[in-house]
Design a protein around this ligand. Structure first.
Ligand code: KIV
Length: 252
């Protein structure tokens, strides 16, 4: 996976990736052809109705990773380590191994320099790892909201330090979430591995979106940077209303 991703970055062809949480969506994404599919812990909000990703459990992630992997035949699947399941290197490795046993080819965790011990132990065990820096959804409660990163020189410097440390540790790719575009571009130029941006401008080596945001299946909240290119919620509402009307008023 690492060599494939490095070659893609060298070739200049941007990586296109999306999230999946269920068998049918995973199967559709696999057929569409993506560079990887992420079983992201955003599924806690868009599939399970939690307030944020800090409520997602390892049992949730294993259940959804298995469902996604049943629908995928050719695309690498990356699964998120959920909140508080990688507090120590030992716990991180145990969690990563469970996700791999559930079918994931790689795992992702949030954090940079602060989590290098966890990152190293997973990579040393031969499990490909995707890093995740910038706005970290699992920190939403301690940070008091979702806040764009890289706005100050100190933040930009810390992000660069995180990116370089993760790259040197051997991550296969680096998700850069909701970071000022110029900072994300600078990071993308500085690291060897491909950066996968979300809300971080077009200067990254690839892009990821939460599929529910892309297809419009979760109309109650969509981050400002995510452009919906479908209206699944509208289509469900329309089909259900039509069905209810034909059942209740069959002759009209
Ligand atoms: O959980 C998720 O869907 C993610 C993406 C936003 C990158 O981590």
């Amino acid at each position: 996976m690492k060599e494939t991703f490095l070659n893609l970055k060298r070739s200049g062809r941007p990586l296109a990736t999306l999230t999946a949480a269920t068998y049918p969506v995973a199967r559709l994404l696999d057929e569409a052809g993506l560079d990887f599919i992420l079983v992201g812990d955003s599924l806690g909000m868009v599939e399970l109705g939690y307030a944020d990703t800090t409520e997602v459990t390892l049992a949730d992630m294993l259940h959804h990773t298995r469902a996604v992997c049943r629908g995928v035949v050719r695309t690498p699947v990356v699964a998120d380590l959920p909140f508080e399941t990688y507090e120590t290197p030992e716990q991180a490795l145990a969690t990563a191994r469970e996700l791999v046993r559930a079918g994931a080819q790689a795992v992702k965790l949030e954090g940079g320099v602060s989590h290098l011990a966890q990152v190293r132990v997973i990579i040393d065990a031969g499990i490909p790892l995707v890093g995740h820096i910038g706005m970290l959804p699992q920190s939403v409660r301690v940070e008091g909201g979702y806040k764009k990163k890289g706005r100050t020189p100190e933040q930009a410097e810390a992000l660069m330090a995180d990116a370089l440390a993760l790259d040197a540790a051997g991550v296969v790719a680096l998700v850069v979430e909701d970071v000022v575009a110029a900072v994300a571009q600078e990071i993308s130029r500085a690291v060897q591995c491909p950066t996968i941006g979300i809300g971080s401008g077009s200067g990254c080596d690839g892009q990821i979106l939460v599929t529910a945001d892309l297809v419009g299946s979760f109309p109650w909240f969509r981050p400002p940077f995510a452009q919906a290119r479908g209206d699944v919620a509208g289509e469900v509402t329309r089909a259900v209303a039509e069905y209810v009307a034909t059942v209740r008023f069959p002759s009209s």
